[in-house]
Write a protein that binds this ligand. Structure first.
Ligand code: ATP
Ligand code: MG
Length: 283
């Protein structure tokens, strides 16, 4: 589906994608500062262009918040990062999007593998219609990450602990995941995302369906997760962006208007449009 991406940097891509061992090779030669980079990303739904020349760096083990008014392209951009837009027939992407300096749209890239490395948590918690245990075990089992049952038990426990849910569910692992409260279901989805040891976790308004207590819980969790994972989060809540992120990217009408340290964006933005948005003058 992509034209310019097939050629841009194809040579080094081919060299480094061989056998999926890019990450370790890249990490050894030079420390990865930016887990993901995008350059000149343009995207169309049919005739309608939804993203314009988006250049963004997503730094390793930090939280990057994507903010901007409804319809500005935040979800669209987020979905470019793990090729979820591939599932939309009329969607066409151009540009260069890299994970650990490898073009994720290169034809040698296995999309299933990519989505294990760049996981996603959606706005509405969406547990599988399975038990709590099986919700977590599903991904690791598909990707062959557990040698035996004991191994899988450990992955399930570690993931649920990582998502701050273990104590609440350890005695009911065989009960259905969708029997949990909304906030617990969202943590279950986060546990499911981390169970396959992704490098990056994309979150599209993960708290918008949650009450303030569940939201606070998820925000604390995001802060802990960034020790081990790189996170990009879409949020409409300015306080949340300011609390959880280290970098903030402000989008407007499909363009990335400003991207900087979160402190800077919220105290001294460069663009007046950013100032107007964060102070609630539009959006
Ligand atoms: N599947 C799709 N088919 C056609 N157009 C789409 C599709 N998804 C999004 N769009 C359009 O692309 C633009 C960006 O939408 P997107 O959902 O990315 O915005 P957003 O910033 O996430 O908005 P919100 O804050 O409301 O979630 C909008 O004009 C939207 O109508
Ligand atoms: Mg959206």
């Amino acid at each position: 589906m992509v034209s310019s991406m097939d050629t841009a940097g194809a040579v080094d891509t081919l060299e480094t994608t061989a056998s999926n061992s890019v990450d370790s090779a890249a990490a050894q030669s030079s420390p990865v500062e930016n887990r993901m980079t995008t350059r000149n990303v343009n995207l169309w739904y049919g005739e309608k262009q939804a993203l314009f020349d988006v250049d963004l760096d997503v730094p390793d083990r930090q939280v990057t918040a994507l903010i901007g008014p409804s319809g500005c392209g935040k979800s669209t951009f987020l979905r470019c990062l793990n090729r979820m837009n591939d599932t939309i027939d009329i969607c066409r992407v151009e540009g260069d999007i890299r994970l650990d300096n490898v073009d994720i749209y290169d034809k040698t890239v296995d999309v299933v593998q990519l989505r294990a490395r760049v996981g996603m948590v959606f706005q509405k918690p969406n547990p599988f219609p399975k038990s709590i245990y099986d919700n977590i075990a599903y991904g690791p089992s598909i990707h062959g990450l557990a040698a035996d049952k004991a191994d899988m038990d450990e992955i399930v426990e570690t993931s649920l602990k990582g998502a701050g849910l273990w104590d609440e569910v350890k005695d009911r692992l065989s009960e259905p995941g969708n029997g949990l409260s909304g906030g617990q279901q969202q943590r279950l989805c986060i546990a499911r995302a981390i169970a396959v040891s992704p490098e990056v976790i994309l979150m599209d308004e993960p708290c918008s369906a949650l009450d303030p207590i569940a939201t606070a819980h998820i925000e604390e969790l995001i802060d802990e997760l960034r020790q081990n994972f790189t996170i990009a989060i879409v949020t409409h809540n300015m306080q949340q962006a300011a609390r959880v992120s280290q970098k903030t990217a402000f989008f407007h009408l499909g363009k990335l208007i400003e991207h900087n340290d979160t402190d800077q964006i919220f105290t001294n933005p460069r663009e007046s449009m950013t100032q107007d948005y964060i102070t609630g003058r539009f959006g």
